[in-house]
Design a protein around this ligand. Structure first.
Ligand code: PA5
Length: 447
């Protein structure tokens, strides 16, 4: 039986958009293409039915591997970049107490990330910090050939082998990669690392619900079954048989495309919860890589309020009118804290005494929504009940489905990323990688 979506409440009433019957039909047709696999990039649609295809046994295997790593390590370093990093990072930040490391008793290992940059300082300081802790590594690369994570893995593998010896190091490394191709696959087979597979038909930025996201999150103690359950519900709630008016992904996709057609070329994803900052980063990759091609596409940017109201607020209110906002709104916090009364009231805040901090935050959100819409910045609101694994799973699938529909509405292949190669060619030529001799000569002449 089809389960109605009760997790994501989408409100487009302040977007200024009226979705015509023609647009509804186009969005429904785009959604159908994702299911009947007749659209561009149809060999990368494994994510569409991914949540419902995750079995309890596959979750148990991931949990078991996570428990094994947790038992061995104070720190788990996840190596990966782009889609092999951002999903886990987004959910982890959303689910974590930002002050966890200040607690005397930790409730499990600390999950850190590497290979998402080529910073010598970052990598050095990580290696230095690891000296005081037992650690394990989860190395993630679908292609198995990406330079940034490969460099980080070479260094961390060597450190593990020096410290624990080759055999134990191999028990402290888990590889997540393609089932057959790539240097990481070869390395994992030769060294006997436990391995999880990224399905062929799931692209990096759609892979958070595969072991790419699930294993790191399980090691951090996130309830991955709940994450998947949220995504499964949203898979049902956005299926091709769901009427347009009840499909939040289709409505969001249609709305943002109509705004784009009306000249709103930049979408700001934001929230009033700093824990969702990396959700913004995950979303930017998802939409930027999926839609930014052929000279088209909404530019995905992000804000975290209220902090950014004190930096970006002026531009958003009065700068060039090419923006719209999508706010991920959290209905209820997990904690309760009120503003205290103060006998002297020198700061003049007694008018807030007794009010919850979340109420002040909510009034800021409502006030900003009206100010920005008055200033010509249309607003879309995506509300979740609270920040938990279930809601995050729903949100992830909601945005993924909307992105597929939106890309087809825009008329691009949302599942390739040809533009990502240009910088790599130049970097390899400058680094004199074997095979790039001609390109090296040519690029050096241009410097
Ligand atoms: O979405 C994508 O395909 C990319 O962002 C990749 O995830 C990223 O480039 C990392 O690639 P890989 O997992 O092959 O190392």
């Amino acid at each position: 039986m089809m389960k109605k979506n009760e997790t994501i409440k989408l409100d487009i009433s302040k977007s200024g958009v009226t979705i015509s019957a023609a647009m509804q039909e186009r969005a429904e047709a785009a959604n159908a293409l994702l299911h009947n696999k007749q659209g561009a990039g149809n060999d990368f649609l494994g994510w569409v039915h991914l949540p419902s295809s995750i079995t309890p046994a596959s979750l148990e295997a991931i949990e078991a591997e996570a428990a094994r790593l947790r038992a061995k390590s104070d720190v788990i370093v996840c190596i990966g970049i782009g889609g092999s990093y951002l999903g886990a990072k987004a959910v982890l930040e959303a689910m974590s107490d930002p002050f966890r490391l200040l607690h005397k008793q930790l409730d499990g290992p600390t999950v850190l990330f590497a290979g998402q940059n080529i910073s010598e300082d970052y990598t050095c300081e990580l290696l230095e910090a690891l000296k005081e802790h037992s650690f394990a590594v989860i190395v993630i690369s679908k292609s198995g050939t990406t330079t940034e994570p490969a460099i980080a893995f070479r260094l961390l593998k060597a450190e593990l082998e020096r410290r624990y010896g080759k055999a134990e190091a191999a028990q402290r490394i888990v590889a997540i990669t393609d089932q057959a191709r790539g240097a990481l696959k070869t390395l994992a087979t030769n060294e006997g690392y436990p391995t999880f597979v990224i399905p062929d038909d799931v692209g990096g930025r759609y892979s958070v619900l595969t072991p790419v996201g699930l294993l790191p999150l399980a090691t951090a103690g996130v309830n991955i079954a709940e994450l998947v359950r949220g995504a499964q519900e949203m898979e049902q709630a956005t299926g091709p048989e769901v009427p347009f008016a009840e499909n939040p992904s289709a409505i969001y996709a249609a709305t943002r495309n109509l705004l784009y057609d009306a000249g709103k070329k930049i979408e700001l994803l934001g929230s009033y919860e700093p824990k969702l900052q990396y959700l913004n980063e995950w979303w930017k990759q998802l939409y930027g890589e999926s839609e930014g091609k052929e000279g088209k596409g909404i530019f995905p940017a992000s804000v975290t309020y209220t902090a950014d109201l004190h930096s970006m607020g002026q531009y958003i209110q009065e700068g060039e009118r090419h923006l719209f906002e999508t706010i991920v709104s959290v209905a209820a916090p997990h904690h309760r804290l009120t503003v205290e009364s103060d006998a002297e009231n020198l700061d003049g805040l007694n008018y807030l005494a007794g009010k919850r901090i979340s109420e002040v935050n909510r009034m800021a959100e409502l006030g900003v929504q009206l100010a920005h819409t008055d200033g010509g910045v249309p607003n879309i609101r995506v509300e979740i009940p609270q920040i938990d694994a279930h809601a995050l799973g729903a949100l992830i699938y909601f945005f993924e489905k909307a992105c597929g529909i939106s890309g087809y509405l825009l008329g691009v292949n949302p599942f390739n990323q040809p533009g990502v190669e240009a910088y790599k060619k130049n970097m390899f030529a400058l680094l004199e990688k074997p095979g790039y001799e001609e390109a090296t000569k040519a690029i050096k002449a241009r410097l």
